[in-house]
Design a protein around this ligand. Structure first.
Ligand SMILES: C[S@@+](CC[C@H](N)C(=O)[O-])C[C@H]1O[C@@H](n2cnc3c(N)ncnc32)[C@H](O)[C@@H]1O
Length: 344
């Protein structure tokens, strides 16, 4: 019931603004990854959000499809909606003396919240530049006694002792592009082999993946460009008109078996007449649930609007068939190519 209410929440927009540095930075200079064609299509304006980050790197890290340039990591620090929601969840679930593991620690900010709650933290990161960055910043913040940064692929990591809380923020709309699902599934498998059946608590606890048919204005000052668009997680977007209620196609509880494939075929009812030309993907993450207050701490990803090849008209109350098929961590192209939307 609580999750249903969370799925229906209206999403706050993320902050935006230029890259700012407020203190000494010990991180290496960010590399300049090559521009990908999809990236060129979607990054018309600069953004604080990593959704527009190129997924390739000069180091070959693109194999896992989750390379995020250092500059985006710096920008992610100032995304107060993201950082604030995780801090709230960590403050709720972490207490002194706990052992906390962070999978994919980046600059180390989320690990620092757990350490400040008095936990011993193991922060696992596979990107060498970020390992150096995190170690420097953690030392400067006086937290190096409490946080150990381990340079390792999190899918191979096994903690030395039992863990109370696992933090993992490799979240992308639709669980696309980043490997949240695979990393947590691998961690659980290895953890159970080493420490028995009882799992730690996960932050986030749940991700709810939703989609809906929409009409999207792809006209930009008279220039028509039906291309993938990221948008602030605010359902009421001036360029977007929804044609059916949001449909939740997967609810992933990270302490239960995690699906790695999303094969969706749904019948929806048109809520208005007009032309449909895209599917909007919406993802809400429940970072923690405060049972005493019956309140969920949530963080929504940016929404993704993908155009369909053949726009069509519907009348109110028509039945619409929406189908798509992709793997967790898959590419936007994979979803786009699989999409089918038609009057049933
Ligand atoms: C979206 S960032 C989040 C970073 C940090 N937790 C934060 O909130 O600022 C995801 C991080 O996971 C790391 N990562 C991705 N795949 C990984 C893997 N298999 N093992 C370890 N780290 C990984 C990336 O290098 C990146 O630093």
């Amino acid at each position: 019931m609580l999750l249903k209410r969370v799925a229906q929440t209206t999403y706050p927009p993320p902050p935006s603004g230029p890259v700012t540095r407020t203190g000494p930075i010990h991180c290496p200079s960010p590399p300049q990854p090559p521009e990908a064609p999809m990236q060129a299509a979607i990054s018309a304006k600069s953004s604080t959000n990593r959704d527009q980050a190129d997924s390739r790197s000069a180091t070959g890290d693109h194999v896992l499809g989750q390379y995020i340039p250092l500059l985006y990591h710096y920008n992610m620090l100032q995304d107060e909606d993201r950082v604030g929601a995780f801090q709230q969840a960590i403050n709720l679930l972490v207490s002194p003396g706990m052992h906390v593991v962070e999978l994919g620690g980046g600059t180390g900010i989320l690990s620092s919240f757990a350490a400040r709650r008095g936990a011993r933290v193991t922060c696992v990161e596979r990107n060498a530049e970020l390992v150096a960055c995190a170690r420097g910043l953690i030392r400067d913040n006086g937290l190096d006694e409490q946080i150990e940064v381990i340079h390792q692929d999190a899918t191979e990591f096994v903690p030395d002792t039992e863990v109370d809380v696992v933090i993992c923020e490799m979240l992308h709309v639709g669980l696309l592009r980043e490997k949240q699902a695979q990393v947590i599934a691998a961690f659980k498998r290895r953890y159970r082999q080493a420490h028995g059946k009882k799992l730690p608590v996960f932050i986030p606890e749940v991700s709810i993946l939703m989609a809906q048919p929409v009409h999207q204005s792809f006209d930009f000052s008279g220039y028509h460009a039906p291309v993938p668009m990221f948008q602030a997680p605010l359902l009421d977007q001036p360029r977007t008109t929804d044609f059916a209620s949001l449909s939740a196609y997967a609810t992933i509880s990270y302490d239960e078996p995690i699906p790695l494939q999303f094969q969706v075929q749904e019948q929806l009812t048109a809520i208005r007449s007009g032309a449909i030309n895209a599917i909007r993907f919406v993802t809400q993450n429940v970072l923690a649930v405060d049972m005493s207050k019956e309140q969920a701490i949530t963080w929504p990803n940016q929404c993704l609007v993908l155009p369909i090849g053949s726009p069509f008209d519907v009348s109110k109350d028509d039945s619409i068939e929406m189908a798509f098929d992709y793997s967790a961590g898959g590419t936007i192209e994979q979803v786009a190519e699989s999409m089918r939307l038609q009057v049933a």
